[in-house]
Design a protein around this ligand. Structure first.
Ligand SMILES: Nc1ncnc2c1ncn2[C@@H]1O[C@H](COP(=O)(O)OP(=O)(O)OP(=O)(O)O)[C@@H](O)[C@H]1O
Length: 263
């Protein structure tokens, strides 16, 4: 139902086995929002993202995705996911067209065949990530950054309502980061909700408007991603009393900059 938020977490704890990594998270993301999920290594960003997809276990609380309890959404193609690990592997050598075609099939459902309009969507998605001339190449023959873009195209080809991306710009060169930003701007302009786990907001600064900072499994900041301020680092801010918003150039793996300090 389109009046329900894209994401709604209430007291959500998410983890693996019986170990909670993300704890007691309250988070609502409305349709069309564009959210950066930030935080230091191991803070729980990927676990949070995986919890939205049913790939990590919801141990407590509620997680609703596109209006349905997590894992219960029947049309999985409504959610697009670009995982963190970037290589596309498999025993059978698959071409770019085939891998991205699988993304389109997720939208159609199993045992359906791609029709001309679907093939066009696949070609458009591949072109959008700048790999139009590699359509028939085995994915295994592409560079790591190019394979990463194949995964982005695979997600785009399904034209999802909610697109969750884990480090989509990592290992991608500046020109292709810009191209990706342009693609995502177009996707979000058509109403797609975007959640991007990232260490670097600068490449997608024009697309992302809200920052959620995960700090030791909890949300330490939730507010605008704006301004030209210096990075905040971890911090223990809370919604309602946010600290300084992470700036577009936020990178947690850069040396910390103290509030008083210069660069
Ligand atoms: N499959 C798994 N089984 C058990 N523990 C896991 C699993 N995946 C991750 N963890 C643990 O969960 C914690 C958080 O990991 P997670 O990948 O969510 O962090 P992250 O914030 O995405 O980090 P990074 O920035 O390094 O990607 C880590 O302590 C990690 O060891």
């Amino acid at each position: 139902m389109s009046d329900r938020p894209a994401l709604r977490l209430r007291g959500a704890s998410i983890g693996y086995g019986d170990v909670a990594i993300v704890r007691g998270v309250d988070l609502t993301v409305h349709r069309g929002e564009t959210v950066a999920v930030l935080g230091s290594n191991g803070s729980g960003k990927t676990t949070l993202a995986r919890g939205l997809l049913g790939l990590a276990t919801v141990l407590d609380g509620e997680v609703e995705v596109l209006g349905a309890p997590v894992g219960r959404l029947r049309e999985r193609g409504r959610i697009g996911y670009v995982p963190q690990r970037h290589t596309v592997s498999g025993a059978v050598p698959a071409t770019v067209r085939e891998v991205v075609g699988v993304g389109r099939l997720a939208r159609l459902g199993l045992f359906r065949r791609l029709r001309p309009a679907d093939r066009t969507a696949v070609a458009d998605a591949v072109a959008a990530v700048g790999l139009g001339d590699r359509m028939n190449d085995p994915v295994a023959s592409l560079s790591g950054g190019q394979q990463r873009r194949v995964l982005v195209a695979r997600a785009l080809a399904a034209e999802p309502e909610l697109l969750i991306m884990d480090e989509p710009t990592a290992g991608v060169d500046a020109a292709n980061q810009d191209a990706l930003a342009a693609v995502l701007a177009g996707v979000t302009a058509s109403g797609t909700t975007l959640v991007v786990v990232t260490h670097e907001t600068a490449p997608l600064a024009g697309v992302l408007s809200r920052a959620v900072v995960v700090d030791h499994g909890r949300i330490g900041y939730d507010g605008p991603l704006a301004g030209s301020e210096l990075p905040v680092g971890g911090g223990h801010h809370h919604p309602g009393e946010p600290g300084r918003p992470p700036a577009p150039g936020y990178r947690l793996d850069q040396p910390r900059v103290t509030p008083e300090g210069g660069r």
